[in-house]
Design a binder for this molecule. Structure first.
Ligand SMILES: Nc1ncnc2c1ncn2[C@@H]1O[C@H](COP(=O)(O)OP(=O)(O)OP(=O)(O)O)[C@@H](O)[C@H]1O
Length: 260
């Protein structure tokens, strides 16, 4: 049994065709504290549709709105206007409690800083989201997920006893074990060396091939080149969509978006 066979056993059956994420006219305006005349338009009327099973990279200059888009799409932040539908559910019209419940059942996250709970072992971290969603993992599934990312022998260790690459693999195992339909990744390779970063990208790519919809914010054009689609953001808007898999060309698209 190969590692990918192991992860296939963990994943839900491939999703059917269709749109997994739909955003319409999404805007997010931040008021600047103490200044009624100043505001930051972080998102400026963004609309997009992402098919089920797609792997999309969001790139753009610092401050162009990438993280705001990801957080708003994921329902971690509320837009000032516009709507977000995930898997056919309009999450922008849910109460925050219902939105949290929807997230815990359907959405996984991979963050640059891993977001692991320091006092828990790798295996406990992997089990945590499912326990919070009141759908505890079947016996042994946390270990199977850790095995899939090559960390079976680290299951009993706490995050501070793991390297950065290993911590991010625990975060990937956590996502695989809870079998979300959508994964949002914010700079997942940002703190990793090249080899560990490649491993993480390979897993994200594999999750997408198995039908999970993956959206990844990144500064790393090499990482973006691993996605099926690249969205270039500029000043809160989607400047360009591309299916380019060439890092130098993606860097050029980011650069050009800033000029025009
Ligand atoms: N909580 C906040 N309050 C006020 N302004 C904010 C807040 N969060 C983000 N912004 C502003 O919104 C704009 C977009 O920020 P965002 O973090 O989405 O950009 P980004 O493209 O992810 O940047 P980076 O690549 O540097 O992480 C920036 O001008 C930022 O200063």
């Amino acid at each position: 049994m190969t590692l990918h066979d192991t992860v296939d056993a963990l994943m839900p059956p491939p999703a059917g065709q269709g749109i997994a994420i739909s955003v319409r006219g999404l805007s997010r305006i931040y008021e600047v504290p103490g200044r009624h005349d100043a505001r930051v338009v972080a998102l400026d009327g963004v609309s997009a549709e992402l098919p089920a099973g797609s792997f999309t990279a969001v790139v753009g200059a610092s401050g162009s709105g990438k993280s705001t888009l990801l957080h708003t799409m994921a329902g971690l932040d509320e837009p000032t206007s516009g709507r977000v539908s995930l898997l056919g559910t309009e999450i922008t019209s849910l109460t925050s409690a219902k939105r949290a419940q929807f997230r815990s059942r359907n959405v996984g996250f991979v963050f640059q800083d891993y977001n692991l709970i320091a006092s828990m072992t790798a295996a406990e971290n992997v089990s945590m989201p499912s326990r919070l969603a009141r759908r505890p993992l079947p016996e042994g599934q946390a270990l199977t997920a850790l095995e899939a990312v090559g960390l079976a022998d680290r299951a009993g260790l706490k995050p501070h006893q793991l390297s950065g690459g290993e911590r991010q693999r625990v975060a990937i195992a956590r996502v695989m074990a809870s079998q979300p339909r959508i994964v949002f990744a914010d700079e997942p390779t940002g703190a990793l060396d090249l080899t560990s970063g490649q491993v993480v990208l390979e897993w994200l790519s594999h999750l997408a091939q198995r039908g999970t919809t993956v959206v990844m914010v990144t500064h790393d054009v090499e990482a973006a080149a691993r996605a099926d689609a690249v969205v270039v953001m500029d000043r809160g808007r989607l400047a360009t969509w591309s299916d380019c898999r060439d890092a130098a060309r993606i860097a050029e698209l980011v650069h050009r978006a800033r000029i025009y």
